[in-house]
Write a protein that binds this ligand. Structure first.
Ligand code: ARG
Length: 566
């Protein structure tokens, strides 16, 4: 419908092209203002005429055109042209669009690759709530970009290299043993790490030992690498348990260690470009001109660091995947790090870095008010949060609906979904507060609320005899305000997806899911579905059907599955 309106406007004004007109067209906030509106301020500037007069001219030009038969009316209100589409035609076009299997999909990303670097926990450390956020946001961006036709490469840039492993090896050899590490996994490795720092306070020479072990790792020492690999394997087993609970996966686990033999090349590149500077024995790239602290490339002992490996990773990825964009989802505290690294890539003569490399920061998780059972001390594991959410939901199910089939599977979908939704509902840069009462609420702006609405749609459709989803229905009976409002909400889906992608903002989709659920519940309160009049019944059922389908697709973009019954 929007395209048809653009056609009409294109034929009536010379001063603007299709794309500009398309960008200007608005969906009015109130039905009294029509289904689409076109503001004439922009034209007023180029045409040196009052916008009201321009609107009136366009109106009469369009009214004389034969192609305008789908319109009920055009009104000039102030500087706006408001278009009212014949209701049944409008309803038909919206229902048919939403019925399409690929509703919301597009091919704007065809043959383009986007790399997403996310999750990326640090080996031998626990997978905590911060890593849960990058995992959830990164996964949602993966779904959103895939829906738009992009080829998405999901990369887990594990923190699996660096001096901390030298410390761990020293600690393990001094105070650890194989059995306890096998039994307690990451928790034991974390204890050893803490122990190292306590002991190194008293005996600083331990730091030299640690450096020596890391140097051995860098030189390929067999013993050092064997212990390191073992720590890594143990950590990955735990991380993968969390990924399984989330139902998420990666294309590559290429951690920092993967780039250890690729950093020399980077240093050479930087040096050849005349950008490498000495600074108290270390090597840096000076970024003062760009109002940034220098980017450290090599420490004074000659070893590479986090930034060096990130530089190597960028060139490796550009060569291997030829991405149009490479997205990095991490906490805001890494803002400067990425700004520096991206700048260095650009200074090496890569103009593409400006648009293609994007840091996607997010806010903190505050656990105030949430009583979480923790394994030890105050360390909060993402896995424990997910398991606790699932078990709380299971309790609710046992109490309210003990006969539900697949109770465990359903509790998992709702519990995990609740945590994900809570994380994605607000703009990612905002801090997330974690309150069980809030996020597990079946009423309000929550995952369970949207899932419950979905299950309600499923139940309505299950109870109808002889209904097969079809667009072969009477559209004129779906023109009441609540049905129209719901349909308009559903119609926003494709735009919602492209907005979310453009802003790297899954919250746009999460908000849409809540808006849809609310519009559906309003429609459902006003309209009975299972009425005797078959014509009416089937038409309303088709509306329920596309609501159900669109809610499911929206939630899948957030990484959340919807149970058919709850
Ligand atoms: N391991 C890092 C951390 O936990 C995140 C890595 C992000 N990705 C990157 N290419 N630097 O903070």
């Amino acid at each position: 419908m929007k395209n048809k309106i653009i056609d009409l406007i294109v034929n009536s004004v010379d001063a603007l092209g299709r794309d500009e007109i398309s960008d200007l067209i608005e969906i009015p906030p109130k039905p009294e203002l029509g289904d689409f509106a076109f503001p004439c301020f922009r034209l007023a500037k180029t045409m040196h005429k009052a916008p009201q007069m321009i609107a009136a001219d366009i109106k009469s030009a369009i009214e004389n055109s034969a192609d305008a038969s789908f319109l009920d009316e055009i009104q000039v209100q102030g500087a706006y042209l408001n278009f009212f589409i014949k209701k049944d035609i409008f309803v038909k076009s919206m229902v048919e669009a939403a019925f399409d299997e690929n509703f919301g999909s597009s091919d704007i990303g065809k043959e383009k690759t986007v790399c997403i670097d996310y999750s990326s926990p640090n080996v031998a450390k626990n997978f905590h709530v911060g890593h849960l956020r990058t995992t959830i946001i990164g996964n949602s961006l993966y779904k959103i970009y895939s829906k738009l036709g992009y080829n998405v490469v999901r990369i887990n840039h594990l923190g699996d290299w660096g001096t901390q492993f030298g410390k761990l090896i020293v600690a393990y050899k001094a105070w650890g043993n194989e059995e306890t590490v096998k039994k307690d996994g990451v928790a034991e490795l974390m204890k050893l790490y803490v122990k190292f720092h306590e002991e190194a306070e008293k005996n600083p020479s331990l730091n030299d030992e640690a450096r020596a072990w890391f140097a051995k790792m860098e030189q390929g020492d067999e013993e050092a690498l064997k212990i390191w690999q073992w720590f890594k394997d143990i950590s990955l087993i735990e991380y993968k348990r969390t990924y399984d609970l989330l139902g998420m996966d990666f294309d590559y686990y290429l951690g920092e260690s993967f780039y250890r033999d690729k950093t020399d090349d980077i240093v050479k590149k930087i040096s050849d470009a005349g950008l490498l500077k000495d600074s108290e024995g270390a090597k840096i790239v000076d970024l003062e001109e760009y109002n940034m602290a220098p980017c450290l490339i090599l420490k004074n002992d000659g070893s590479s660091i986090y930034a060096t490996r990130d530089l190597a990773a960028i060139f490796y990825r550009k060569e291997t995947y030829n991405f149009v964009k490479c997205l990095y989802v991490t906490g805001q505290e890494q803002k400067l790090h990425f700004a520096q690294v991206f700048k260095v890539v650009e200074l090496l003569g890569n103009e593409w870095a400006k648009d293609a490399l994007v840091h996607i920061p997010y806010g903190l998780v505050s656990l105030e008010g949430a009583k979480l059972s923790t394994r030890s001390g105050n360390i909060i594991y993402a896995e424990d949060i997910l398991l606790e959410a699932i078990s709380k939901i299971k309790e609710i199910i046992e109490e309210k609906n003990p006969d539900l089939p697949d109770k465990d599977e359903t509790a998992k979908k709702i519990g995990v979904g609740a945590v994900l939704f809570n994380d994605l509902y607000n703009q990612r840069i905002k801090d997330v507060s974690f309150k069980w009462e809030k996020l597990l609420n079946f009423d309000g702006e929550t995952g369970p609320y949207v899932q419950y609405t979905y299950a309600r749609c499923a139940s309505i459709l299950r109870k109808l005899d002889n209904y097969t989803p079809s667009t072969d229905i009477d559209y004129s009976v779906l023109t009441d305000p609540d049905s129209m409002e719901l349909l308009k909400e559903i119609s926003r889906f494709p735009k919602v997806i492209s907005d979310a992608a453009e802003k790297y903002e899954p919250s746009v989709v999460a908000r849409f899911a809540v808006d849809m659920a609310q519009a559906f519940n309003k429609f459902y309160n006003a309209n009975r579905i299972n009425v005797d009049d078959e014509n009416l019944r089937n038409s309303r059922a088709s509306l329920v059907y596309i609501t159900k389908k669109t809610i499911k697709d929206a939630m899948l973009l957030l990484g959340i599955d919807c149970p058919e019954q709850m």
